[in-house]
Design a protein around this ligand. Sequence first.
Ligand SMILES: [Zn+2]
Length: 117
Amino acid sequence: MQTKLGVEFEIDFAHTLKDHPKCGKPHGHTAKIIIEVAGDVKKGDTYQDNMVMDFHEMKTTCWDVIKDLDHTNLNDMFDFPTSENIAMWIFDNLKERIPISSVKFFEGSNKYCEITK
Ligand SMILES: [Zn+2]
């Protein structure tokens, strides 16, 4: 049976979307980010066999990537810092490090982009 774990983070960032009628001026957002991993639980004799992965390790690894976005002008990192491009960047930077299954990137409180494996 596949089991999912999720961790949640919050970052603040600035961006400008060139030629966008509203987002063409510099502005900022607080973003919520939810990252999920998926896998099987073996139910063996060790604690590692009884979890998909350790929450602490998951949080530490995710933050090691996400911290580069926090309090940053994302136009310094992306030509077009859309939710889609930011979520894909997070997914790509984590996929070799954890068994990631999805990234949800909330731009503000009521809009989100989801990347799934
Ligand atoms: Zn914006």
